[in-house]
Design a protein around this ligand. Structure first.
Ligand SMILES: Nc1ncnc2c1ncn2[C@@H]1O[C@H](COP(=O)(O)OP(=O)(O)OP(=O)(O)O)[C@@H](O)[C@H]1O
Ligand SMILES: [Mg+2]
Length: 267
């Protein structure tokens, strides 16, 4: 059965799209067939990390939501060569970048039940091992839907007081929805912070496991979502942290693997 992995955060810009893309790539590189769906319909973007140009896209999630096609028809094979070499595959379901389509959704909303049906069925239809959901930040109907379907929910936050309070809301909702497994990921941790202290503080605050602390990275900022960091800088500590999250998703029993000790040493 396909495992659904929503990647969510209360506030915007926490690194959801980049983390989803890189962790999904790391999971696919373990020989898995991985789907990614961009449910951030208001401000889509993850297709950029996979170099999927809007011109080469005929059908999107929007078309499915408006009953113009099946969800299967909106998936694109974006598997990078190094992942293919490891017998993995990545299928991306993008949201439309067309301004008229985005306005239509903002103006008229959409049938959330249809999205729910699609998310439930598309994994089996595309024979996916994992379906990652790159979400819109905050709480709305679609968030609740994604959370309710989660096998493992990844919640992202930055070490910032505003993130801390908002994340408590997400964690609370996840608990009420009986989410099977919750992994917290703290992103953009400054080099001066002591990783063990941040981890302890976050775990104590939410009574949930921190899967990884991702360092704030100059290279990531320079890359500016043009490419997959995990493939561009495979030996970087940030890539090691993506790998650690991927292992906790795909091989949870293989040890924790989060290289906290080395996290801020080799950059
Ligand atoms: N570890 C990191 N170090 C430095 N920059 C980062 C890191 N992670 C993400 N970024 C940068 O932060 C910005 C926001 O990242 P991203 O688009 O992935 O966030 P998001 O949560 O998907 O945002 P949105 O809520 O708008 O969809 C990007 O410019 C990205 O390059
Ligand atoms: Mg995003």
């Amino acid at each position: 059965m396909t495992k659904i992995i929503p990647v969510h955060s209360f506030r915007g810009g926490t690194g959801k799209s980049n983390t989803t893309a890189n962790v999904a790539t790391a999971v696919a590189a373990m020989g898995q067939r991985v789907g990614i769906i961009d449910t951030d319909i208001q401000s889509p973007g993850i297709h950029i990390l996979f170099n999927l140009s809007p011109k080469s896209v005929q059908k999107t999630l929007n078309d499915y939501l408006w009953n113009r096609c099946t969800l299967q028809e909106t998936s694109y094979d974006v598997t990078p060569a190094p992942v293919k070499a490891k017998k993995g595959q990545i299928l991306l379901i993008p949201s439309s970048m067309d301004i008229a389509e985005i306005s239509k959704i903002l103006r008229d909303g959409y049938n959330v039940k249809r999205l729910q049906d699609g998310l439930k069925k598309v994994g089996e239809q595309l024979k996916l091992d994992y379906l990652f959901i790159d979400t819109h930040p905050g709480i709305n109907e679609e968030t609740l839907l994604s959370l309710s379907l989660a096998h493992t929910l990844v919640v992202m936050l930055r070490p910032d007081q505003q993130d801390f309070q908002g994340t408590a809301v997400i964690v609370d909702i996840a608990r009420r929805l009986n989410v099977n497994r919750l992994l917290l990921v703290v992103n953009r941790v400054p080099a001066k912070f002591i990783p063990e202290q941040v981890k302890e503080q976050v775990e104590k605050t939410y009574q949930a496991k921190v899967a990884a602390l991702l360092p704030n990275s100059e290279e990531m900022m320079e890359l500016a979502s043009r490419d997959l960091f995990y493939l561009r800088y495979p030996d970087h500590v940030l890539s090691q942290a993506y790998q650690a999250i991927a292992q906790q998703i795909h091989q949870p029993s293989s040890g924790e693997g989060n290289p906290l000790k080395s996290l801020f040493q080799r950059r």
